[in-house]
Design a protein around this ligand. Structure first.
Ligand code: BG6
Length: 481
């Protein structure tokens, strides 16, 4: 697919996301000839750097993953402008630089703290950089609650209209998440069973082994609910639970997701104690190495920010009545794994005797990362003459084995979607609002309760209360690691 020449400006150009995700993604698109030669990538931050200094910094960050010769070629298309969103200095020069290519698609990627979104947008508007083929990308989380999100969206909306505004949730760019759409709506097999008559419950796990590292300043103000649940996990839940959209048109998909968000049953002070568990990691052993606890990593032993959340969500509509969606996410957990596990109801009557072994419920597991793939757990007969012995085994499809290609990073797909102006995999304003409307009362309930998050050892599966949360319902967390 061809790509129009574009300028992509990254505010927060010296930050973690730019070096770890955005620039590598653009480099890979460059290798695939999707970075037209006149296109420019412009890093913007407060540091006093010039083009050469920025390129040298990126070279150091990227050299481990890139071929040196091609990297240098790519870096010729990368520039840097020092700017402070709150000071005038440098903006005239920046505006002239961007204005020099009036026909380019312009993408302003705001990879900064959300508090700066408004200042940056006002300045872009002041210089007329919101005109023509201009788009703005807002990184999550947008605000820290409904009110602050509304303030940001209102102010950004004064400068960029909704069709120019791309609220990114990189989980939607993951290949396996898009595959969920294909799996559900490209096969006749699943949809007739995709409801409360046949599905027992759904589990969504996003477990990380890393700690907060040097992102503490951001993370400590956010916590796992704002960082992962309000956006990534709810988006996954929507993809599992939404009604079939009539097409893949951006609003057809987003309308259906919105209905799911609106149907989430409230969790508030009355039931948060039963339906949610928050935790914070302590020192422990992660992937064979001793690691410090969150407080030590942060340099603030008093922090009561949660690094782990498990909760039981319910969707109050006809399709999903009575089907729990168990969500859990955390840092410094036992394994890095993101997956969606859909467990079906047991068969209504067993014709097998106890000696054959017990019947296990069918389960469809979509592994988002690592080892992307799909497993459908079935009951079969153990081969051989030893009588009827039941076995639970997966039909196992690994994407790497089946297609022999590595999965492109989510940002590769999403950045080009912005350049092309395709918002299907981005969050509309009303989705962000609906997600905050549901998450806000949970945050309020936690803060009103005055309870500290429960400690868990780094390298474990989180606080034991999260095991109790699901076991109370006679179920267990899926784990086939
Ligand atoms: C980001 C969060 O949005 O997603 C991080 O801010 C988290 O805290 C990351 O580590 C996880 O993304 P991925 O693609 O590595 O699963």
């Amino acid at each position: 697919q061809t790509v129009e020449p574009f300028d992509l400006v990254i505010f927060g150009g010296t930050g973690d996301l730019a070096a770890r995700k955005l620039l590598p993604a653009l480099f890979h698109r460059f290798l695939d000839h999707q970075l037209p030669p006149s296109s420019r990538i412009v890093g913007v931050a407060r540091e006093a750097l010039d083009d050469a200094g920025y390129r040298a910094q990126l070279r150091e960050a990227l050299i481990a993953i890139c071929d040196a010769r091609q990297l240098d070629e790519f870096l010729q298309q990368v520039f840097y402008r020092p700017l402070d969103a709150r000071k005038d200095e440098g903006w005239d020069d920046f505006a002239a630089f961007i204005g020099a290519e009036p026909d380019h698609v312009r993408v302003f990627y705001l990879s900064t703290s959300p508090e700066l979104f408004v200042d940056i947008c006002k300045r872009l508007g002041h210089y007329g950089l919101n005109q023509g083929k201009s788009r703005v990308v807002l990184e999550k989380p947008i605000g820290r609650d409904l009110d602050s999100a509304n303030r940001i969206n209102d102010a950004v909306g004064q400068v960029f209209d909704e069709t120019q505004t791309f609220r990114i949730d990189h989980y939607l760019g993951k290949e396996t998440v898009q595959n969920l759409l294909v799996l559900r709506f490209g096969n006749a097999l699943f949809e007739p069973l995709w409801n409360s008559a046949h599905i027992d419950h759904v589990q969504i796990t996003v477990a990380e082994t890393l700690g907060v590292g040097h992102r503490g300043a951001y993370y400590d103000r956010a916590g796992a609910l704002r960082d992962m649940v309000q956006n990534h996990m709810l988006q996954l839940l929507c993809m599992v639970a939404m009604e079939p959209p009539s097409s893949l048109a951006p609003d057809a998909v987003r309308d259906e997701k919105l209905k799911v968000l609106h149907s989430l049953k409230p969790i508030d002070a009355g039931n948060a104690g039963q339906l949610t568990v928050r935790g914070q990691y302590r020192a422990g052993v992660a992937e064979g190495a001793s690691v410090p606890g969150y407080g030590e990593e942060l340099g603030n032993a008093k922090s009561d920010t949660e690094t782990f959340v498990a909760l039981k969500a319910e969707i109050g509509n006809w399709r999903w009545a009575g089907v729990p969606f168990y969500l859990r996410t955390g840092k410094r957990l036992a394994h890095r794994v993101s997956e969606i596990a859909v467990t079906f109801k047991p068969v209504p009557h067993s014709i097998f005797d106890a000696a054959s072994g017990s019947l296990t419920q069918n389960r469809l597991v979509l592994r988002l990362q690592p080892d992307e793939g799909v497993k459908l757990w079935l009951t079969i007969k153990h081969p051989g003459p030893g009588g009827l012995r039941l076995r639970h085994v997966p039909l196992d499809m690994s994407f790497a084995e089946a297609f022999g290609v590595s999965q492109p990073d989510a940002y590769e797909r999403l950045l080009l979607d912005v350049v092309r102006g395709n918002p299907t995999l981005f969050m509309r304003r009303d989705e962000v609002e609906a997600a905050w409307r549901w998450a806000g009362p949970i945050l309020a309930a936690w803060s009103d309760s005055g309870e500290a998050p429960r400690p868990y050892a780094a390298g474990s599966w989180g606080p034991s209360a999260s095991v109790a949360l699901i076991e109370r319902d006679g179920r267990t967390w899926h784990d086939d690691n």
